[in-house]
Design a protein around this ligand. Structure first.
Ligand code: HGA
Length: 610
């Protein structure tokens, strides 16, 4: 989603801003812009639709420079993808603004500002921020109080940075619903929507909290709450490692991240899983006490993380004897729901900034859950900071928009949570041992599964001219079928739907013909015979199938069915293992179709708007 980078320095900051934008590129965007102020108050703005490189070329052509600056990658929510709608937005050639989020009451504000004589030059909600701050400056002592007064009038979400031509020594920033982090340098300070943008210039950060407004100069940072009262925020040394430029010899980040899975899963297990169970305190301080009381789990997530939650439900109910509901965050947050006694709220998000999930967590806190746990990949993110407990998935930076290693490490985390909750709820010794030994074998099994790569690359040829596809699975493989379908549509733009295969006869069978490939995930489990019947239902109607199956499942390739043998694995980790061939299939289909694998059209990595 949108990215923000800003700087107040003595040196020219344009390269810092552009490098910051490049580091946020992977999140997906449609246009980019920068505004620079020099010490004489000369204000320059450049904006381009398309890639940051086009903006960088324009900056080089114009030799733009300034020691104070703000920059932005936009993922349009209000107003089309045009240069005029790209940020920064100006008011009266004095105020410059970048913004992540949505000002929901922008039409009303726009009318008032229109009446006050302001001319709008874009269709965005963001431009109202610029004019509102300009308007407030008429009756304020300084930019900080003007921004503070302005944001009180906004409904919705904002992470915004404001620059004033008449005072190049500072920027003022405000956060509500969209993350912002201040980066502290030596004699220079920075602001960004994500610490990744600033790692080349600092590792010392202040994460702003909801409602914070801050004034940043080269040497000072002053933070106030929405009413103007000074507030203290901790300085944190970042532990995040990120080299956005490194694809490690792979053609795409996504392929690199698929191949990293054995390593990152090993990291996720290290020091946490012991031969006889879990190490103590792995879910954080006070977790053991809280988890001992849990009788129900409510999982909230979006997208791929939601599929991890769906899989977790099978495990928590089957092994840990804990009831579990899973809901999409954007639904949960807008409906009345009931809290079961002794319920733990679990959120899942790669970035920890997913707007709907964060809003759901905030809502849930008022509803009476016993506590909250987040399964997250980014330390210091909003979900981590606002949850009672955090379990870090340790997948490392995930750059490809289509999530791969974040998903398999989330699943690994949930098998550990199953062990943790199960020990208080009658997890059988046999199941406990089987989960532990399955997890111990997981990194090596993932390595073995990645060897399927070549065969899947050949198979992908058969999908390149298809427009639709169906994914089938049963039990804990149903969410894996859903995740496989999501991957294929995300990066190859082929329409893909997933069904629990028992549902076929209730509708989707009508779609079957030889133009509709049917992908089946078939480990050798207790549902195999049922699944085989579903496969026959497809065969009888002339469907073409691709079956990812355990060798012992005894599927034979023939003219209507291609069988890809997946390494045999223990039952608890089968959902994780069968995810990998589906990731590879999507990747190779996308490669043949020539799509933008790492930044698929219309999508963003960290979905920080509703
Ligand atoms: N509403 C603003 C910013 C959108 C955004 O934050 N996207 O992630 C716009 O449409 O320009």
């Amino acid at each position: 989603m949108c990215g923000i980078v800003g700087a107040v320095a003595e040196r020219n900051v344009v390269e810092i801003l552009l490098e910051g934008l490049k580091r946020l590129e992977y999140r997906g965007y449609d246009s980019a812009g920068v505004a620079l102020l020099d010490s004489d108050g000369n204000l320059t703005r450049l904006r381009r639709t398309g890639k940051v490189q086009e903006l960088a070329d324009a900056v080089a052509n114009e030799s733009a420079l300034g020691a104070t600056g703000i920059a932005h990658t936009r993922w349009a929510t209000h107003g089309g993808v045009t240069e005029a709608n790209a940020h920064p937005h100006f008011s009266s050639d004095r105020i410059a603004v970048v913004h992540n989020g949505i000002i929901e009451n922008y039409l009303e504000l726009r009318k008032q500002l229109d009446n006050a004589g302001y001319t709008f030059t874009s269709d965005t909600d963001t431009e109202t921020i610029a004019h509102q701050v300009h308007e407030e400056l008429k009756s304020s002592d300084d930019l900080l109080s003007a921004v503070q007064k302005a944001v009180k009038k906004f409904h919705g979400a904002y992470g915004t940075v404001v620059m004033d031509r008449e005072d190049p020594s500072r920027v003022v920033v405000a956060r509500s619903g969209s993350p912002l982090v201040i980066g502290l340098g030596l004699g220079e300070n920075f602001i960004a929507s994500d610490q990744l943008a600033l790692l080349p210039v600092t590792r010392r950060f202040i994460f702003l909290e909801e409602g914070d407004v801050a004034e940043i100069t080269r040497r000072t940072v002053k933070i106030v709450d929405i009413d103007g009262n000074p507030v203290e925020r901790d300085i944190v040394d970042s532990v995040v490692e990120h080299d956005a430029g490194d694809k490690g010899g792979y053609r795409h980040y996504m392929l690199k991240e698929i191949h990293e899975q054995p390593t990152v899963v090993r990291n996720a297990l290290k020091g946490r899983l012991l031969d006889n169970g879990l190490a103590e305190g792995i879910f954080g301080q006070g977790a053991d006490e809280l988890l001992a009381k849990v009788q129900h789990v409510q999982i909230i997530a979006c997208g791929t993380s939601y599929h991890a939650g769906m899989t977790a439900r099978y495990w928590l109910e089957q092994y840990a004897n804990v009831s579990c509901n899973v809901e999409i965050a954007s639904e949960f947050r807008y409906r009345k729901s009931f809290v079961q006694p002794n319920s733990l709220l679990v959120t899942i998000s790669q970035s920890g900034e997913t707007a709907d999930t964060l809003a759901a967590l905030r809502l849930a806190k008022e509803l009476g859950y016993m506590g909250s746990l987040t399964v997250c990949n980014v330390p210091g993110s909003s979900l981590v900071r606002e949850s009672d407990l955090a379990f870090m998935t340790k997948a490392g930076a995930e750059i490809g928009v289509a999530s791969t290693k974040a998903f398999t490490t989330q699943l690994t985390a949930f098998l550990m949570l199953t062990l943790a909750l199960g020990q208080h709820n009658g997890l059988s010794e046999e199941d406990g041992k089987s989960i532990i030994s399955a997890l111990q074998s997981l990194p090596a099994k993932l390595e073995e599964t990645l060897l399927l790569s070549e065969g899947i690359e050949d198979l992908a040829e058969e999908f390149a001219d298809k427009h639709h596809s169906l994914f089938l699975g049963r039990g804990d493989q149903y969410p894996i079928a859903m995740e496989g379908a999501l991957k294929l549509k995300e990066i190859s733009y082929i329409h893909a739907e997933a069904y629990a295969s028992g549902e076929l006869k209730h509708g989707p069978l009508a779609l079957i013909d030889d133009e509709m490939p049917v992908i089946v995930v078939a480990p050798n489990n207790e549902l195999l015979e049922k699944l085989k019947s579903n496969v026959e239902e497809v065969r009888a109607r002339g469907g073409i199938m691709y079956v990812f199956a355990d060798k012992q499942a005894n599927f034979q390739s023939d003219e209507t069915m291609r069988v890809i043998n997946v390494p045999h694995c223990e039952a608890p980790i089968a959902p994780i293992i069968y995810t990998v061939p589906l990731q590879l299939l999507s990747y190779y289909v996308a490669l043949i179709k020539g799509t933008d694998v790492d930044q698929p059209r219309n999508l963003a990595k960290s979905v920080t708007v509703e």
